[in-house]
Design a protein around this ligand. Structure first.
Ligand code: E4P
Length: 217
C-alpha cells in the first residue's frame, strides 16, 4: 500500500520523507490557502522533495478552465498529478487528460457510482473521502470496499486513494478493504508509528540492557 502525505507544509514534508516511507503527496485548495504561499511555488518545491506523485488541484469549475489550469500544473514537474473534482466537467477534463497521457486524481468522491464514472473516464486515482462520510453519519470505509469490488469486477486500473483519513485505524481499515493508497495528514502519519506497549516494552528492554553493563560496539 502506498502512503501519501496530505500536506503543503514543506518542513513537515522534509522531516517525514526522511523515513523513506512517504510515496507521494496530495494537496487541495484548503491546504494551499493554509500554506500562505503561491500555489505554483509550493507545488514545485514539493515536487523537488518527493519523487512520487504530487496531486495539485485545479480551481476552475468549467472544462476549458480545468484543461488550461491542469496543463499548467502538469508542466511544473513530471510527477504532478492533476486533481479534479468529481463533477461532470471534472470527468470530461479527466478523459481529455487521459488521452494526453496526463495523470489525474478525481477528488471529492462520496459514492461508488461516482467512482465507477471516474474509472470509465480514465482517472489515474479516485479519492473517496472516508472521514467526511463518517462525519456525515455514514460508514466511510464501506465505500472503499464497494469501489474495490467494482474495480476488480471490471478490471479498472484506476487506483483507490483513500482520503480524508483521520486516524491510524482508518489507515488499517483502508488497507484491509483493498485501497491502493491512503493520503494521510502528518499528525496521523506520526501516530502510525506509536503504540503504548511499544514504548513500555522498549523502556523495559533498555533498563534490563543497562543492568548487563554490556556494549554491542
Ligand atoms: C484528499 O485529497 C484531501 O486533500 C483530503 O484528504 C481531505 O481531507 P479532510 O476531509 O480532512 O479535509
Amino acid at each position: 500500500m502506498q502512503l501519501f502525505l496530505d500536506t503543503t507544509d514543506v518542513s513537515v514534508l522534509k522531516d517525514l520523507t526522511a523515513t523513506g516511507l512517504v510515496d507521494g503527496v496530495t494537496t487541495n485548495p484548503t491546504l494551499i490557502a493554509k500554506s500562505g504561499r503561491p500555489m505554483l511555488e509550493v507545488i514545485a518545491e514539493i515536487c523537488s522533495l518527493v519523487e512520487g506523485p504530487v496531486s495539485a488541484e485545479v480551481a476552475a469549475t468549467e472544462v476549458e478552465g480545468m484543461l488550461k489550469e491542469g496543463a499548467k500544473l502538469a508542466a511544473i514537474a513530471p510527477n504532478v498529478v492533476v486533481k479534479l473534482p468529481l463533477t461532470r466537467a471534472g470527468l470530461i477534463a479527466t478523459a481529455e487528460f487521459a488521452v494526453q497521457g496526463i495523470q489525474t486524481n478525481v477528488t471529492l468522491c462520496f459514492t461508488a457510482a461516482q467512482a465507477l464514472l471516474a474509472a470509465k473516464a480514465g482517472a489515474t486515482y479516485i479519492s473517496p473521502f472516508v472521514g467526511r462520510l463518517d462525519d456525515y453519519g455514514a460508514t466511510g470505509m464501506d465505500l472503499i470496499a464497494e469501489i474495490r469490488a467494482i474495480y476488480d469486477n471490471y478490471e479498472f486500473d484506476t487506483e483507490i486513494l483513500a482520503a480524508s483519513i483521520r486516524t491510524p485505524t482508518h489507515v488499517t481499515q483502508a488497507a484491509l478493504a483493498g485501497a491502493d493508497c491512503a493520503t494521510i495528514p502528518p499528525t496521523v502519519f506520526l501516530d502510525l508509528f506509536k503504540h503504548p506497549l511499544t514504548e513500555k516494552g522498549l523502556d523495559q528492554f533498555m533498563k534490563d540492557w543497562a543492568q548487563t553493563g554490556q556494549s554491542i560496539l
